[in-house]
Write a protein that binds this ligand. Sequence first.
Ligand SMILES: O=C(O)CCC(=O)C(=O)O
Ligand SMILES: [Fe+2]
Length: 187
Amino acid sequence: MILELLAEHLGLATDFFSQHLNAKRSLGLRMNYYPACPQPSHVLGANVHTDGSSLTVLQQDKVGGLQIHRDGRWFGVKPIHGALVVNVGDALHAWTNGHFKSVLHRVVLNKEVHRLSLAAFLNVDNSLALSAPDELVDEAHPRLYRPFTFGDYIQQVLRARAEEKSSSKSMMDGNRILAGLRFDPGP
Ligand SMILES: O=C(O)CCC(=O)C(=O)O
Ligand SMILES: [Fe+2]
């Protein structure tokens, strides 16, 4: 349903995303438990990252701690009773030629109480080609990425992880991961 509204918003066929995801989809579920922490400024509950999914739907409790990065600053995502948080992941970012941006996020801890969240990742199949449709490419929005499958993206993630292990940097940033798949228009 959300994917159908997003497709309509972009002027694409309503089932543009959902037809592929209905054929071969997988739903990943993760329960996150963040203990109270005596020194919350020294550690993060979840490190800075983007999700690889198309969309992530998150249920958080009332404690708070999720933050998104925008315009060089971190903003808290205030828990609203009965509301779900919907995040765009790297797969949808690439598939829409960056019209929808995957959001860099992290979780901070607090001294007093633990926090729980449940994340549902709408993942795409490794064989899915994430080429943006021509409708989303024009002079103002040149094609960002060469044609690639989600499996190619996973290879880039593994490469980035291996690099992280050998350096002090630790950040699963979709922009950095997708940089390896950027379109090179040539000389
Ligand atoms: O716990 C949260 O609010 C976010 C969790 C998250 O980013 C994730 O599981 O990918
Ligand atoms: Fe996440």
